[in-house]
Design a binder for this molecule. Structure first.
Ligand SMILES: [Fe+2]
Length: 305
């Protein structure tokens, strides 16, 4: 059979040889091997996109809907990151940057500071659209990147990145190694929680009621509706002291969500997070999820500020 007739190998979550090889070689930042997407990968994107569209119209915040328009995403095919960036960059300077897998905490936040968004290129299986624990390109490009077209929201992400640098500087000044590791573990946990309850699962007030801006919700067909409609969800105004001390689990719908007034409000709260960090108020937050792994810790300790 001529090579041109061969079916592409596919870039399916946990099944992509290209990704395995990159991880094996220690390459975190990669290119998007677009020709490797299979017909089934494109079909998965199309199914995900089509069923989400009416729910976005109903539950998503306006910045997200404007962002979707601005990016000109093709609902029929997995997007090329280069095309997405062509529309995205002129708006806020952000760019989607392909990665092969888990991005250690400091590296992730530092990318945000540089207006780069680590982006997964694989996509979930066509026959398993509903839940997967790891991000995929639908979560990252259809769920996150439209938010990055909004200037105020983009500035929030950059501010998170600056907080990570403040944290790295701060812990470097702690002489005792055990104290340094304990404080850093707590700070990373606090930052991850705050990020989770805002960028991933945040709700926002609007003239039309509560709307979703968190990308974990924006990429979930079931949970986006549940987050707004269900009487089982507790929805409270975001308070920093709650968010940084509240553990979360990733494998079921969130029972507790936090509401902000605006992205300017969120920006102020990230500023306050940094103030708390400087005063040592994040050095001993409540234990629990998420786990902080050795790669996260060493990513903060390796930096030169
Ligand atoms: Fe995410």
């Amino acid at each position: 059979m001529p090579a041109a007739m061969l079916e592409p190998p596919g870039l399916t979550t946990t099944e992509a040889h290209f990704i395995e090889q990159a991880q094996h070689d220690g390459r975190l930042f990669i290119h998007q091997p677009y020709e490797q997407y299979s017909a089934s990968n494109h079909a998965a994107w199309q199914k995900l996109y089509k069923r989400m569209e009416p729910r976005w119209q109903r539950y998503a915040n306006e910045a997200f809907l404007r962002g979707h328009e601005a990016l000109c995403l093709d609902e029929k095919a997995v997007p090329r990151l280069a095309d997405v960036n062509r529309f995205l960059s002129p708006l806020t300077g952000f760019q989607a940057k392909a990665v092969s897998g888990y991005v250690p905490a400091f590296v992730f936040f530092d990318c945000l500071r540089n207006r780069q968004f680590p982006t997964t290129v694989t996509i979930r299986r066509e026959d398993k659209l509903d839940y997967l624990p790891e991000p995929d390109i639908f979560h990252d490009i259809a769920g996150h990147v439209p938010m990055h077209t909004d200037r105020a929201f983009a500035d929030v992400l950059v501010r998170f990145g600056e907080c990570a640098h403040t944290a790295a500087d701060l812990v470097r000044g702690i002489g005792d190694e055990q104290q340094r590791m304990d404080a850093l573990t707590s700070i990373i946990r606090a930052m991850a929680r705050f990020f989770w309850f805002t960028v991933e699962f945040g709700l926002m007030r609007s003239a039309h009621g509560i709307r979703v801006y968190g990308s974990g919700l924006l990429s979930s067909f079931g949970e986006i509706q549940h987050s707004i409609e269900s009487p089982d969800v507790q929805r409270y105004p975001l308070q920093l002291e709650w968010a940084v001390n509240q553990s979360f689990e990733i494998d079921h719908y969130q029972p507790l969500l936090f509401i902000v007034d605006s992205f300017d409000h969120l920006y102020e709260l990230v500023g306050r997070l940094e103030q708390w960090l400087k005063r040592g108020r994040l050095n001993n937050v409540a234990p629990g999820e998420p786990a902080v792994n050795a790669k996260d810790l060493s990513s903060f300790l390796r930096t030169n500020g």
